[in-house]
Design a protein around this ligand. Structure first.
Ligand code: 4NP
Length: 186
């Protein structure tokens, strides 16, 4: 009783158009987090480094491969990455090295740069094999979308484990996320 609601961990997925790779991460991780009972502890978003598809649904092939695996991607609407959100984010998951470079330029501070990771850094198999970029399915067909889905889903299982660990390590993770503030509470 009386405890402040914990500030959620804010996770965002980034790709180029926000219609293929990052929406997959967004939809998959949201479900895994929900299934783990952590929906109120983790806030998930996604966006693209480009604005070409802003406002559009995910690519129909993205929606299809997600549906084949029991995920509903129909509610997604594409957004462009908003650099002003960087300070509020905790974990910024890039699809490939181009996105990492874009995000490093946008980060502004070492503190923000430290938030950037390739999504597949959370898949131990990908780390062992040194294949950390998420393959871009946009120019491909069904096999490329299936491959991308498998890469992202494996990584999301690792992201969930990471988040569970972080929440276990910081059970009272509060609104100030550990940063000092003048009032001590806000
Ligand atoms: P995404 O895939 O970055 O995974 O959403 C792409 C979507 C659109 C384009 C490129 C990649 N495009 O050039 O429009």
């Amino acid at each position: 009783m009386g405890a402040m609601p914990a500030r959620p961990i804010r996770v965002t997925f980034v790709c180029s158009g926000n219609i293929c790779r990052s929406p997959m991460g967004h939809v998959i991780l949201e479900r895994l987090v929900d299934d783990a009972g952590l929906a109120d502890r983790v806030a998930i978003t996604s966006s693209g480094t480009g604005d070409w598809h802003v406002g559009e649904q995910a690519d129909p092939r993205t929606i299809e491969v997600l549906a084949e695996h029991g995920y509903d991607g129909t509610g997604h609407r594409a957004r462009e990455f908003d650099v002003t959100e960087f300070d509020d984010l905790d974990l910024v998951l890039a699809s490939d090295e181009g996105h990492v470079r874009f995000l490093q330029r946008a980060a502004g501070t070492p503190h923000n740069r430290a938030k950037i990771h390739l999504t597949r850094e959370f898949d131990p198999t990908a780390v062992a094999e040194g294949t950390l970029e998420t393959s871009d399915p946009w120019y491909g067909g069904e096999p490329e979308f299936a491959r991308c889905f498998a890469e992202v889903e494996r990584a999301c299982r690792g992201v969930l484990e990471h988040l569970e660990q972080q929440l276990a390590d910081e059970p009272s993770r509060g609104a100030d996320s550990g940063r000092p503030s003048p009032s001590g509470r806000t």
